[in-house]
Design a protein around this ligand. Sequence first.
Ligand SMILES: *[C@@H]1O[C@H](CO)[C@@H](O)[C@H](O)[C@H]1NC(C)=O
Ligand SMILES: *[C@@H]1O[C@H](CO)[C@@H](O)[C@H](O)[C@H]1NC(C)=O
Length: 210
Amino acid sequence: SGPGKELPVVWAQEGAPVHLPCSLKSPNLDPNFLRRGGVIWQHQPDSGGRYTVLSVAPGGLRSGRQPLHPHVQLEERGLQRGDFSLWLRPALRTDAGEYHATVRLPNRALSCSLRLRVGQASMIASPSGVLKLSDWVLLNCSFSRPDRPVSVHWFQGQNRVPVYNSPRHFLAETFLLLPQVSPLDSGTWGCVLTYRDGFNVSITYNLKVL
Ligand SMILES: *[C@@H]1O[C@H](CO)[C@@H](O)[C@H](O)[C@H]1NC(C)=O
Ligand SMILES: *[C@@H]1O[C@H](CO)[C@@H](O)[C@H](O)[C@H]1NC(C)=O
């Protein structure tokens, strides 16, 4: 990213893993050369106060603000492959903010910058609670992101059987109405929201019908 440019945004679902990409795109990378490199990842939370999340020196010595958070990880064996990406497993609300990676190689320094946004996913049933035969229920699938998803897919059960419009299922964007439930409807219902940048979230709800 160049100076003055808007930082690329990476979205994460709170509680799910997220990949903060930073890699060299070059066909002939020598692992021995890369092993002599190091990377420093810094985080600037929205509330301010930049700190080093993780730093790996040439030779592999790790450091960072103590205690080192186990949910912050580098790509496995990534350094030898020119991949300096950071993983947050899982992403937490407090992880939001700017990230800056500085990669130092024997002959040059490179940098990556991005902004991480962490959103919350939810599925709300109206009415909530246990349903009786022939009750109706409306499922509201949502993720706290300002733009609308480009696609919404609904599924049922552990095997994720797709749900389509039918007399027993009314789909409207991020809503699914079951006008008359039966005990067969008990179990998992889920939605997958996919956004323009390729980010997707899968949200499930456990429906109970007597
Ligand atoms: C659906 O859920 C979201 C997130 O909780 C909420 O903001 C929205 O108002 C709900 N929509 C309806 C129609 O209930
Ligand atoms: C959803 O995102 C994950 C992680 O980025 C990706 O592996 C998967 O292919 C995506 N799924 C769809 C349906 O786009």
